[in-house]
Write a protein that binds this ligand. Structure first.
Ligand SMILES: Cc1cc2nc3c(=O)[nH]c(=O)nc-3n(C[C@H](O)[C@H](O)[C@H](O)COP(=O)(O)OP(=O)(O)OC[C@H]3O[C@@H](n4cnc5c(N)ncnc54)[C@H](O)[C@@H]3O)c2cc1C
Length: 306
């Protein structure tokens, strides 16, 4: 097993922040969970390119954006977390009509606002997805009938050697909240080009307001949460099934099935990752028992249980 000295010796020239035992509750929207054994906040892309080859091959690497779909178990993640938000945050219009080039650390709502301001239509849905472009690519995030990869022209990835690659949709198996590479080896997203259509700024901005108001009315945004816990099963809604089993308000420790939206789990304040995961398991088992439907988790859970 490697230790930090292995990596710090090789990385003395790094400009980013390298920390040990970083509490990941600060970096995930549930505001719960354990620590990352090693945590790197690169200064820029070149810094990340210099850092990755120094990470021992046996060490798991986890890229984290805004942590809005992620839970680290209470005993923590025994590997290296790379936080993308401070880096990879550039956004600009592309050199083809109605294209937007965004770094993986750009919040998706910024893409929506930037595209609207620049007279593009079709990006409005991204305003309500509180993650980054990298997270949207990894999850194939979507709502209101549009999914991320339907709007991607190409993306840039980085591998463990710090080498950049240009990838297109054909390089991945893409499905509902599912993205898997056709190529071997690990790569992470550092940028993407989106294709939108011709639009008008004021109507796109009005549409964003309308969609955000819809979310405010339907989702428990006043409490830490990670959006939809489960994917919707074909032809049905996870929230409807969970509610039909009488689970709204069901509580384990500090985690509760939201009274406002049954597919959301909220942190009442002091939830442990184990409370949240225990509640997820209970919801899954109850829905299976009462309706026969096997709910598939949408949120990602990593690390060791305490
Ligand atoms: C209130 C609320 C509403 C939401 N609504 C929606 C919705 O309508 N539709 C929807 O699809 N989702 C929704 N989500 C879930 C979440 O916002 C999305 O999945 C989002 O795209 C995750 O982005 P992130 O940056 O937070 O990813 P994180 O939570 O940081 O990471 C999620 C996964 O992506 C991986 N990842 C992150 N960045 C990279 C990268 N650069 N390269 C490779 N892998 C990476 C992580 O390792 C992890 O496996 C909602 C969440 C909340 C809290």
């Amino acid at each position: 097993m490697s230790d930090l000295t292995t990596i710090s010796a090789r990385t003395l020239s790094l400009r980013g922040e390298l920390r040990l035992d970083e509490p990941m509750s600060k970096h995930v929207s549930w505001r719960a969970g354990g620590k990352a054994r090693r945590f790197f906040k690169p200064a820029d892309l070149a810094d990340l390119q210099a850092f990755l080859p120094g990470v021992p091959e046996s060490e798991p690497v986890l890229f984290v954006g805004l942590g809005s779909n992620l839970l680290i178990r209470d005993a923590g993640f025994d590997g290296t977390v790379v936080l993308t938000t401070p880096l990879l945050s550039g956004i600009a219009m592309g050199d083809a009509p109605h294209t937007v080039d965004a770094g993986a650390g750009v919040p998706s709502p910024h893409v929506a606002k930037f595209a609207a301001k620049n007279h593009c239509a079709g990006a409005e849905w991204l305003a309500g997805v509180p993650g980054t472009v990298g997270g949207a690519l990894a999850m194939n995030a979507g709502c209101y009938g549009t999914e991320t990869w339907q709007q991607i022209v190409h993306c840039t990835t980085i591998d463990r050697e710090g080498v950049l690659h240009t990838r297109g949709t054909a390089d991945f198996e893409i499905g509902y909240r599912h993205v898997a590479p056709h190529f071997a080896g690990e790569e992470w997203f550092v940028a993407a080009r989106f294709q939108f259509s011709a639009g008008e700024a004021t109507s796109a901005q009005a549409r964003i307001k309308e969609l955000l108001a819809k979310r405010m009315a339907a989702q428990p945004l006043d409490k830490p949460n990670a959006g939809s816990t489960f994917r919707n099963p074909p032809g049905d809604h996870a929230a409807r099934l969970i509610e039909s089993c009488g689970l709204k308000g069901y509580t384990i420790g500090g985690a509760q099935v939201s009274l406002k939206h049954a597919n959301f789990i909220i942190n009442l304040g002091e939830a442990k990752a184990a409370d949240i995961e225990g509640l997820i398991d209970h919801m899954q088992a109850t829905v299976k028992k009462q309706t026969g439907v096997e709910l598939v988790r949408e949120v990602r859970i990593v690390g060791k249980a305490a």
